[in-house]
Design a protein around this ligand. Structure first.
Ligand SMILES: [Zn+2]
Length: 404
């Protein structure tokens, strides 16, 4: 017989009841019905199961845990008469609850160990903010402004800030975090929300960039770097970075880098708006190099506010084309770059003044754009209202060098 009954009471009568309750014939059916047991032992029918459960445990000896050899604990009477494959689909590698829980715990400990290791690795690089790339200094300040917690001791998960965007597109947001991480200015916080990081089947440590919390691993001077983790001072780092990036000297010294970042931000803003209008019109938001090329070309001449109008008009043309000619949606969306190009040519030939759009309520200026255009370049959302060539034009640069 494949039922093992463990009696947990000294009351022999109840022990006997439990033994009989679980007793099977050679054909695998119950020897006694609950009603029979009830009348024999003088208990009400509905109490039999409760009394047995409280005073005995029954196990199936034909199903054992692949890890600890414990037998399958029966939780209800009908499970005793089921074929084993009904209870556990793959009974040769069935694992009991306790072992599963332990496995989960071991896995979690291992993941945490990996997170701690990655944090120690970043701290050991002793990155000092002044020695980091200009781009990374800008990214770090923007990230602290966007997601730094109240005490600036850690950086909260990106998803926690629902008011502001770190960068214009999700793609760029992740790129900012990835670069800070890969260059050891930040590390994953081992105390991130559960499931934010994991170790995959190939034993690789993986992060969900949106769900992780982060720790600052950038020092603001050499003395602090010597102290290791105790030398990390978020508030001081924030204060010096904020002041440094606002200074004229910083702009003068790094004008080329700033210009490069400014370009990337504005291009991403154009991409974000294009995705937005395509989505609004039910068109696919897939586009390639040609579109990026045309957007860059437009931004060389016009402000983003003006390029918004061209994008909006192109999306409208695409959806008119879709309705008129009943073409596939992607085909309609493919007209966008030509349409923007055509708009520019006509505007130039006819000397139109392209009237600017206002910022879309759903696409506010990102924190990164604020750091670049408001804080460093000292404009009021200049990346939106002013063509980049006038922000970074010859006069501007000369202005910079004259005041040297
Ligand atoms: Zn087990």
């Amino acid at each position: 017989m494949y039922i093992d009954v463990t009696i947990n009471t000294d009351d022999e009568r109840i022990g006997e009841l439990a033994r009989r309750y679980w007793e099977l014939t050679d054909e695998g059916t119950f020897v006694y019905s609950v009603a029979e047991l009830a009348s024999e032992f003088g208990i009400k029918s509905h109490q039999v199961t409760k009394v047995v459960k409280e005073n005995a445990s029954a196990y199936r000896t034909d199903i054992t845990c692949s890890s600890c050899d414990e037998c399958y604990l029966l939780t209800k009477r009908t499970d005793a008469t089921q074929p084993f494959y009904r209870l556990v689909p793959r009974h040769e590698d069935w694992t009991c609850e306790d072992c599963l829980e332990e496995e989960v715990q071991v896995q979690r400990d291992f993941e945490r160990y990996n997170a701690e290791k990655s944090k120690s690795h970043s701290l050991a690089q002793r990155v000092i903010c002044w020695e980091a790339d200009v781009r990374h200094q800008v990214y770090l300040l923007a990230f602290l402004k966007h997601s730094g917690d109240e005490s600036l001791s850690r950086i909260l998960p990106l998803g926690n800030n629902r008011l502001d965007l770190l960068a214009p597109t999700t793609e760029m947001t992740f790129e900012v975090v990835r670069q800070l991480l890969h260059n050891d200015l930040i590390s994953v916080d081992p105390n991130s929300p559960e499931g934010a990081y994991f170790v995959n089947d190939d034993v690789e440590f993986r992060l969900y960039l949106e769900r992780c919390a982060w720790l600052i691993t950038t020092f603001f001077n050499q003395d602090n770097a010597e102290l290791g983790e105790q030398g990390i001072d978020g508030p001081a780092l924030y204060a010096v970075l904020d002041k440094h990036l606002s200074s004229d000297q910083f702009l003068k010294d790094n004008i080329d880098d700033i210009q490069e970042i400014a370009w990337e931000v504005v291009e991403q803003e154009a991409v974000a708006f294009l995705e937005y209008v395509l989505k609004e019109r039910g068109l696919p938001q897939r586009f390639g190099e040609m579109t990026h090329h045309v957007l860059r070309k437009a931004l060389e001449e016009y402000s983003l506010a003006q390029v918004y109008r061209m994008i909006w008009q192109a999306a409208r043309n695409a959806s008119d084309y879709l309705v008129r000619n009943r073409v596939p949606k992607q085909q309609a969306a493919n007209t966008i770059p030509r349409s923007i190009d055509g708009y520019m040519e006509r505007a130039r030939a006819n000397e139109w003044e392209v009237s600017p759009f206002r910022r879309n309520f759903n696409l506010p200026q990102s924190v990164l754009a604020r750091v670049v255009f408001n804080q460093i370049l000292g404009t009021d959302d200049g990346g939106f209202h002013t063509p980049l060539h006038s922000l970074f034009g010859k006069e501007q640069l000369q202005g910079c060098s004259q005041s040297d």
